[in-house]
Design a protein around this ligand. Structure first.
Ligand code: SF4
Length: 329
């Protein structure tokens, strides 16, 4: 099996005004080597929090992250730094993750030396890594402010590779870049994933780019994954009403978006999530049981997973087009 990362029933909580808020409310995910998993959902649904919990920046209240066959919780303190070096996060703002006062070479070499490489070899390897991400060798002697946003993101990726990352959690890595840099950096990430057999969770609000580069997609709503499937399944025949609404929200060629018509209301407050199915107050297909019973995350006959009472484990997905829409009261 090529599985490199799994997340089992992960819960991440924070405290707001004395109330415990579950930003991630029991998430299961799988990632294989050489695979790109797109993670999508509206702003505030918990995508970034989930990413930070996977790489250990945030602690999990419950559940488990298993990386390369090892449950992170069971690692000894001594083993943890090495373990987390292999799980690297690429952030939206690469400038914030680079030290503005240190030359790029020193920052890339750090990861190699910490990983056990002798300094004499690390310089040559750093040059190779910069070439891999499309930067000239003289970049080693320059400071972060001497690069464009797209180049800084390339440096951040080179630094992650210097740490021997086998999983990248890329959190909106191209959303702050101009259009041409977006295409270049996303193509670079796809090539690296496939050539180096790195697994990548690609967190983005841009569904068009997720569709273009991902192998599979996980859809998140209010702290929970509601559907995972291949790009084709998610786009051609979504099995969860939220997935359907999200896909419909992609702007048309004329700039229109059908989101407001298909999905009334705002994302509920995570401090007091709705009972039953968290999506029921906004779901055009909600039934009485949806407000009471939380749907299980089940695997359908076509191998996708979904949490909706309309879909049954082991059966072919029911087309949402055939289900009568319940008028909003
Ligand atoms: Fe809609 Fe009910 Fe399915 Fe939730 S469980 S998505 S409310 S139909």
């Amino acid at each position: 099996m090529n599985e490199i990362l799994s997340v089992d029933d992960l819960v991440v909580e924070y405290n707001r005004d004395g109330t415990k808020v579950r930003a991630v409310a029991g998430v299961d995910l799988r990632l294989e080597k050489g695979e790109i998993l797109g993670l999508v959902g509206e702003s505030g649904c918990g995508k970034s929090t989930l990413g930070k919990a996977i790489v250990g920046i945030l602690g999990a209240a419950e559940g488990e992250v298993i990386f390369d066959g090892l449950p992170v919780k069971k690692l000894t303190r001594g083993k943890r730094p090495e373990h987390f070096r292999n799980l690297q996060m690429v952030f939206q703002d690469p400038y914030g993750s680079l030290n503005p006062r240190r030359k790029i070479g020193a920052q890339v070499i750090d990861g190699l030396v910490i990983g056990g490489m002798h300094r004499s070899k690390a310089l040559a390897r750093a040059q190779e890594l910069l070439a891999t991400v499309g930067l000239p060798a003289d970049a080693l002697g320059r400071f972060p402010h001497q690069f464009s946003g797209g180049q800084r993101q390339r440096i951040a990726i080179a630094r992650a590779l210097a740490a021997s990352a086998s999983v990248l959690i890329a959190d909106e890595p191209i959303s702050a870049l101009d259009t041409s840099s977006q295409a270049q950096v996303s193509n670079l990430l796809v090539n690296l994933v496939h050539e180096l057999s790195v697994g990548m969770v690609f967190i983005s609000h841009d569904l068009s780019i997720v569709r273009r580069i991902s192998d599979r997609v996980a859809v998140m709503y209010l702290g929970k994954i509601v559907e995972t499937g291949t790009v084709e399944q998610i786009w051609e025949s979504p099995a969860h009403p939220y997935t359907k609404a999200l896909i419909a929200a992609i702007p048309h060629a004329d700039g229109r978006s059908s989101m407001p018509a298909d999905l009334p209301g705002d994302v509920p407050n995570p401090m007091s999530p709705p009972s039953g199915c968290r999506f029921h107050p906004r779901c055009p297909l909600a039934m009485p049981e949806c407000a009471v019973v939380e749907p299980e995350f089940v695997t359908l006959a076509d191998n996708r997973q979904v949490a909706c009472h309309l879909q049954k484990a082991g059966q072919e997905p029911v087309s949402l087009e055939l289900i009568p829409r319940v008028p909003a009261s």
